[in-house]
Design a protein around this ligand. Sequence first.
Ligand code: HEC
Length: 231
Amino acid sequence: MKHETFFKFAGFFKGAVRTVSVVTMLLFSANANALTGYKQFSDLPEPKPTSKGELIYQEMGCVMCHGIQGDGNGFLAEGLDPKPRDFTDAKVMSRISDHSIRSAIHNGISETGMPSFELSETQVEEVTAYLRSFLAKNYLTVNACLMDTQIVDTKMSGAKFKVEVENPELIEVKKKGSLLYIIPKSWKVKKALSSRKVTRTLIRLAQNEVSPEDTEKYLSLISVRVHKCFR
Ligand code: HEC
């Protein structure tokens, strides 16, 4: 009896060395999920995520200046200088972060025709998704946690596209086949999150070989929002 217990015990220890790391990993990830609630795997292409945003665009009157096509040719555009932003201009739009879109909507842009709007955060995000959709075939918003890796399946072979990250100091993106691993850079993000709840950046997926007519159009835009996810 004594013997048996001893052997079980010894056996347990031998196994334990190997098992510990697996168990802690399981606990860790279970824990992380409980804390965040964000899904850690996203798919592209997404179904059109923009119907709410489209409604806001029309009802709030963005369309009067920025136009039905988003090209800045709404019926009020003629009298305006500078002209309303052309959301289909990839060069210009690639330099405008989600953050400045948000700020333009909340505060307007002084000395231009761009008025301020009282929209909720969710409404701003929805209309932003709509603005981005003028340019990219797919638009996806991903919520990630400071300590977690977020995986996006682009459903495209890795060789066919290249990845551009707007703020490479905040996140690292690794491409493995069709998958993107989005890894927040821990201390840089912590710093960015010291004064706010969420920090954003943009990932652009561009074609490797572009034909003249689709130059500068992106395959996908992925807006990454990184949260602290602590309690
Ligand atoms: C009365 C005309 C008008 C309306 C209505 C209007 N805009 Fe604008 N918007 C402008 C003009 C003009 C600019 C260009 C300002 C400039 O060149 O700096 C602009 C610029 C912008 C920009 C660019 C911000 C940046 O950082 O460059 C965004 C984004 C934008 N508008 C979103 C919207 C949204 C969303 C709505 C509706 C909720 C809206 N606009 C309604 C006239 C308008």
